[in-house]
Write a protein that binds this ligand. Structure first.
Ligand SMILES: Cc1cc2nc3c(=O)[nH]c(=O)nc-3n(C[C@H](O)[C@H](O)[C@H](O)COP(=O)(O)OP(=O)(O)OC[C@H]3O[C@@H](n4cnc5c(N)ncnc54)[C@H](O)[C@@H]3O)c2cc1C
Length: 109
């Protein structure tokens, strides 16, 4: 399907997704985009704000890029990290991992 927000042709397939977390919502959106008739069930009665950040890795961001307008809206709100540093309780560095180094390795493989 193209990047447009046009309604896809109906597939005739009915899909039941249980759980409206990131995984369930993503599955439901993708199924809807394929023209399936989606029912999404969630047992939690109310939306609560928990956690400090929402972190999505490069793989999951490929999914957002298929959804018209979403990547642009997220871009405006996002902080980008080049990697991460894991420290112990004394503040000593245990591990430094940079995405750019991994990206260069995967390109050369
Ligand atoms: C305390 C805490 C803080 C966190 N903070 C962060 C953070 O700051 N940043 C971050 O990126 N990640 C954070 N995470 C991790 C993040 O919440 C998970 O990675 C993410 O929610 C996983 O998404 P999911 O869709 O796989 O599962 P979930 O988000 O767990 O979604 C599953 C959904 O299914 C529903 N469900 C389960 N069983 C049924 C059923 N039988 N019928 C109907 N519905 C059902 C549940 O109610 C739930 O809504 C945190 C996790 C916890 C526990």
């Amino acid at each position: 399907m193209s990047q447009s927000s046009q309604t896809p042709p109906k597939s005739g397939i009915r899909v039941l997704v249980v759980g409206a977390g990131f995984a369930g919502l993503t599955a439901a959106i993708e199924c809807h985009r394929k023209g399936h008739n989606v029912t999404l069930l969630e047992k939690f009665p109310e939306l609560k704000i928990l956690g400090d950040i929402i972190s999505f890795g490069p793989n999951s961001s490929r999914i957002f890029q298929r959804w018209p307008g979403v990547a642009e809206k997220l871009d405006a709100l996002s902080q980008r990290a080049d990697g991460l540093v894991i420290k112990n309780w004394l503040g000593e560095t245990l591990l430094t991992q940079t995405w750019t180094a991994e990206q260069a390795e995967s390109v050369s493989m």
